[in-house]
Design a protein around this ligand. Structure first.
Ligand SMILES: [Mn+2]
Length: 256
């Protein structure tokens, strides 16, 4: 059984390289043995609700996602802070599993904790408040009733704000962000046990192994961002590899 983990592609249009790479990846994937695909948020730079604006804009990509599902893949989509209110389309129409907080999955013999990663920095209270507001019933209504074209426009503005507010894209703060990712993993494993935590959002690729309080080895992986380098995490038969969709090569992380 194979599992793929993708996040923070931040697609803005079908014309860009990341879109072509994602299309190619999906095409090649559904031709193989079915497995799981975990989308850990911010796949699109903006997607709200089930507007035909977005469905038309990304039609070839959606067709590929539909095929992947039809071929027997389990597709799990976590909302990010750029792709919101996904249930109406991605769950109700495409049949994907949609989540927006934290979920645990058993994959082979391991327990995986998966989340977008925007709960890592709880000290950013302004963002955490906004995150809750975005999921209220009236925001769901607004997301649905306001036209897709408006949300697309709004999303372009939102991109700047959210990047400022959510502590990403700050190379000078790289070490502080790495610490946040790792501290979050260490804290989370004490609350509820898992073997592997995979997050995105922070835009810094990281692969860190530590011992939990009860002496078990725990692995924390952050997927980084395609705005930096396109990459897909693959897990198969107990081994993690990074797929480089540009050259379609796989590399094993140093410490595995
Ligand atoms: Mn994000």
């Amino acid at each position: 059984m194979v599992s793929y983990f993708l996040s923070d592609i931040h697609l803005k249009s079908l014309d860009e390289k990341s879109s072509r790479l994602l299309l190619l990846f999906l095409e090649e994937t559904w031709a193989q043995e079915p497995g799981d695909i975990y989308l850990l948020g911010d796949i699109f730079d903006i997607w709200v609700s089930n507007h035909s604006f977005f469905k038309k804009k990304y039609k070839p990509l959606i067709d590929q996602f539909r095929t992947v599902k039809d071929k027997g893949f389990r597709v799990v989509y976590f909302e990010g802070n750029h792709d919101l209110h996904l249930k109406r389309f991605w769950k109700d129409e495409l049949g994907f599993e949609v989540y927006f907080d934290v979920e645990y999955f058993s994959i082979d013999a391991l327990v995986f904790r998966l989340e977008h990663g925007d709960l890592i920095n709880l000290e950013d209270q302004a963002y955490q408040r906004l995150r809750r507001v975005l999921r209220t019933d009236w925001m769901l209504m607004l997301g649905y009733w306001l036209p897709g074209r408006f949300w697309n426009w709004f999303g372009e503005k939102w991109s700047h704000t959210s990047r400022r507010m959510s502590d990403v894209y700050q190379e000078d703060r790289k070490n502080a962000i790495l610490n946040m990712i790792r501290n979050h993993a260490q804290k989370a494993v004490d609350e509820k046990y898992f073997d592997v935590i995979v997050t995105g959002h922070m835009h810094i690729k990281d692969d860190f192994t530590f011992q939990s309080k009860n002496g078990k080895s725990v692995r924390s992986i952050n997927l980084g961002s395609w705005l930096d380098v396109p990459k897909i995490l693959k897990y198969k038969d107990g081994t993690f590899t990074w797929i480089d969709p540009v050259s379609a090569t796989e590399t094993r992380p140093q410490n595995s």
